[in-house]
Design a protein around this ligand. Sequence first.
Ligand SMILES: [Zn+2]
Length: 185
Amino acid sequence: MAKVERVKLLIDTIKGFHNIGNLANPRMANIIPNIVKLFEKDEPSDRTVLLGDCHDPDDEEFKMFPRHCVGGTEETKIIDELLIPFVKARGTYIPKTRYSGFFNTELGLILEVLNPEQVVVVGVCTDICILHTVADLRNRDYKVIIPRDCVETFDAPNHPANQHNQWALNHMHYILGAIVVDHIK
Ligand SMILES: [Zn+2]
């Protein structure tokens, strides 16, 4: 197998965090074109993995967050703009149920097999699933790249998006050792 240089890890780039349901986030529109551009820069040796929320109808998480992304619903499907690039890249879709993409999934095993030089992390939310997945990537010593034009979070009372984006990016850079760049050239 050819050496895998780069795994592009898409986190929650699904309709339930974009335009359908209780956690639809209008700020997702800011990053979708940039993620599409990232696919255009794919090399033949790159791999794409999408981690998408996929909950039971009575998931414990709904005690904390409004009901979202129940398995089998439209909300768990990849957003329209990314579908064709994802299929062309022969991406792998891994359902997840919690903050970290490693919890109760095969992500760890898949990355062990691919053994990439670097993992580029994009999607939502910067301070939630991205943060916790990046922490677990760094616990395993993967080189992590985060293009800031490809990550977002949501605006809500007590949760100003810009502030939380900045805090999480600083934490992932200065504490977890991820490389934060403006965009992927
Ligand atoms: Zn969830």
